[in-house]
Design a protein around this ligand. Structure first.
Ligand code: ADP
Length: 492
């Protein structure tokens, strides 16, 4: 260890230089020597030295001048002054000029080596302190750069950003948010959420995130602000111990997608409308021919016409579903509300679908307890909802599968479950299957001919009744669709 350190001994007396060299080398130090201050300074220019031992008085440049030069040019090298003629005044003067210590001749070995050791320790400590100071300065610089970079990124984001604390006070928002929220000038922060963005659904979602039990979840919602449609993604803002410190919401302007979607819907509706009448006419003419009213048919002709007739019926079903969805979306579908025994409706649907179930070797089981109160609902709507759910359950069940339909009263709502033990649905598909035209691509599924509109229609009708629909599903184990219906919806 001591080998790594070089001690420079400066003395005009050779015997002192040799004596010190002997002592210091025996301690494992490397030793360099100089006969006067001038020589010592020249050597310091070329050789890395850790400590200087310097005689006070020498014919060419004594310790006082060496101290001055070393202090200026090599400030981290401690200088120990040695002298045979030392007075207190000399010692004081040397210390004033920055000497690390003062040793008088003739010196004993131990105090000299101890003094050198302490000087080296001081040097090491000073170097370490300097290194830490430099590192701290570098870290502070990096932090400042990072902060300014984050600031620029947040301010340049095209999406709006809103950050709240646990008290739902807005503590940060960016210019895009201010633009989307219609601010002319930035509000003073922190500000209550209601002063920056008034949307009850967003407030509720953020409250859920703050009090919620699942700290890693995100909530998505669509918010309408005048003519602007925003897609908001909110997530909890977590501290180092995963505690919720607040919330972060990113707002994406989806107005142009909405407009495009509306134009697409308008086009599809118009096309469907225009196609329905001629298709119905073709179907009717086919029926006339099939019934033999236009003359006799060969077996082959009948077979071809029947296939064409079925295809036309499929197209008409699609068109009717499309127009139904469009009517619900536009708020044009009227509900004919009347008291309804759900058990009776379910029984009728089960009877109707029994043939289809038997064809597909699926058993249907209906479990409705006695004394279930009637609900106020639209009969045709309820028939559409449960026909779709039960026929999907049959379609997506394997041969020999069973479908259980049950109803029961839960608090002030009626709960109807359609449970199958079929192919199930992947977790990431669950949120999409109520979307228009969405169909899961599954090689295991039967070749089911469908439109991907059935569940959209189901959800639309349930929503109109102020009900809810939930889906639990496990791939390979089956799916359960649960419909919750209020006993009497309050329709404005
Ligand atoms: P489709 O006309 O295709 O049946 P739906 O809107 O009724 O349209 O259903 C959408 C998609 O959801 C279906 O294509 C199917 O992949 C999936 N699905 C619906 N019900 C079930 C079910 N009971 N089991 C498995 N998958 C289902």
């Amino acid at each position: 260890m001591a080998q790594e350190f070089t001690i420079l001994v400066v003395d005009d007396e050779k015997v002192i230089r040799d004596g010190c060299t002997l002592v210091l080398k025996s301690e494992g130090y490397r030793v360099a020597t100089a006969a006067n201050g001038q020589e010592a300074l020249e050597l310091l220019e070329t050789t890395p030295v850790n400590v200087v031992l310097c005689d006070l008085k020498m014919p060419v440049m004594g310790a006082l001048e060496v101290l001055e030069q070393v202090g200026r040019r090599f400030p981290d090298i401690p200088v120990i002054v040695i002298t045979g003629l030392g007075t207190v005044d000399d010692a004081v003067e040397c210390m004033k000029r920055g000497a690390y210590d003062f040793v008088t001749k003739p010196f004993r070995i131990d105090p000299l080596t101890l003094c050198v050791k302490r000087a080296l320790e001081k040097q090491l400590l000073e170097r370490e302190t300097r290194r830490l100071q430099e590192e701290q300065a570098r870290n502070l610089y990096t932090l400042a750069m990072e902060q300014s970079r984050m600031h620029i990124i947040v301010n340049c984001m095209a999406d709006g950003l809103l950050v709240t604390n646990r008290n739902l006070e807005v503590v940060l928002c960016n210019p895009s948010f201010l633009r989307l929220a219609g601010f002319q000038s930035p509000p003073a922060l922190p500000a209550p959420l209601g002063e920056c963005f008034t949307d009850p659904a967003l407030k509720e979602a953020l409250e859920d995130l703050i009090t919620g039990q699942e700290p890693d979840r995100c909530l998505y919602q669509e918010i309408r602000k005048g003519k602007t449609y925003l897609r908001a993604m909110s997530a909890p803002f977590l501290g180092p111990d995963q505690q919720v410190l607040g919330t972060v919401t990113v707002f994406h302007d989806v107005t142009s997608f909405k407009e495009l979607d509306e134009m697409k819907t308008f086009f599809v509706n118009m096309a469907s409308h225009e196609l329905r009448a001629p298709l119905s006419a073709i179907k009717m003419q086919h029926s006339v021919i099939l019934e033999g009213l236009a003359g006799g048919l060969t077996e082959k002709q009948r077979e071809i016409l029947t296939r064409a007739h079925d295809k036309i019926q499929g197209l008409l079903d699609l068109i009717n579903e499309l127009l139904d969805v469009a009517r619900i979306e536009a708020g044009h579908r009227q509900l004919e509300l009347a008291p309804l025994e759900i058990g009776t409706v379910l029984q009728e649907i089960v009877n109707l679908l029994q043939v289809k179930a038997q064809d597909q070797k699926v058993s249907l089981k209906l479990m409705v307890p006695n004394g279930l109160p009637p609900i106020v609902a639209d009969r045709r709507g309820m028939e559409e909802v449960f026909t779709n759910l039960i026929s999907n359950a049959i379609n997506y069940s394997p041969d020999g599968g069973d479908v259980v339909i049950s109803a029961q009263l839960r608090a002030d709502r009626l709960e109807v479950k359609v449970k199958d033990h079929g192919i199930g649905i992947e977790p990431d598909e669950i949120s999409k299957i109520f979307d228009k035209f969405y169909r899961v691509k599954d090689a295991k599924a039967r070749q089911v001919i469908g439109t991907g509109l059935g569940l959209t229609l189901v959800k639309g009708i349930v929503d109109m009744h102020q009900g809810d629909i939930e889906l639990e599903s496990q791939v390979g184990r089956g799916s359960t669709f649960t419909v919750f219906l209020p006993l009497k919806p309050v329709i404005e």
